[in-house]
Design a protein around this ligand. Structure first.
Ligand SMILES: [Zn+2]
Length: 219
């Protein structure tokens, strides 16, 4: 999790797309660091399968303590908020519309909106249809965040692990009817970053950007 000290003291809701380690690795130590000082629980929002994976494989008293059973002097330190993958839910002034995406494990992307803006996030995924149906039904969309994990030459690995390459990403973007909406690439595997960036640039897609981790975006 790329968060500053200030953000660490503010973040109390964490929304998970799926249970892969690169998406949850920061969670145990994030909660551990805050354990004594929390005045409200950290709320982990996820689909049923994701919560089950966390309880079975991470917070199982072997890899890490089962925080959902622990309290500090102020009360519970962590609680699960299971959401239905086909129903909207709200956190503060944000509305989350989950959309099942096409990954190796049960995963969702989201349409996230407040009263001013709406963005779409794919999370890890391979080819999608439902996601684009939802995106294309939105009148005003400020950004689309979509993954591109591997370079083109690793398309076999990308297919096997249900990820995208620049070439596959191009095919996905063609399914979007809004050709002006900025698209931000996320979740590039660090060791292939340079290759993926070069291949993305070669696609010459005008509205394509690379999302910088740690930078704050206002949509
Ligand atoms: Zn994944």
């Amino acid at each position: 999790m790329a968060v500053s000290e200030e953000q660490k003291n503010k973040i109390r809701d964490i929304v998970l797309t799926h249970a892969h380690l690169d998406h949850i690795a920061g969670l145990p130590l994030f909660i551990d660091d805050l354990f004594a000082t929390l005045t409200e629980p950290i709320r982990i929002h996820g689909i049923e399968e994701v919560v089950q994976s966390l309880e079975k494989h991470i917070f199982n008293w072997e890899i890490y303590p089962r925080f959902s059973e622990l309290s500090n002097s102020n009360g519970a330190v962590m609680e699960y908020k299971i959401f239905d993958p086909s129903e909207k839910f709200h956190i503060s002034d944000l509305t989350f519309q989950p959309i099942r995406v096409n990954h190796k494990v049960p995963s969702v992307g989201f349409i996230v909106s407040d009263e001013n803006s709406t963005i779409a996030i794919s999370s890890d995924t391979s080819k999608m249809e439902l996601f684009w149906d939802e995106v294309n039904s939105i009148k005003s969309l400020q950004a689309i965040l979509i993954e591109c994990a591997f370079p083109d030459e690793l398309d076999e690995l990308a297919n096997a692990s249900h990820h995208l390459t620049p070439r596959l990403l191009q095919t996905e973007i063609e399914k979007c009817s809004n050709k002006l909406c900025p698209v931000y690439v996320i979740n590039i595997k660090p060791m292939y970053r340079e290759k993926v960036l070069a291949q993305l640039e070669n696609l010459e897609i005008k509205n394509l950007n690379i999302l910088e981790v740690g930078k704050i975006y206002h949509f």
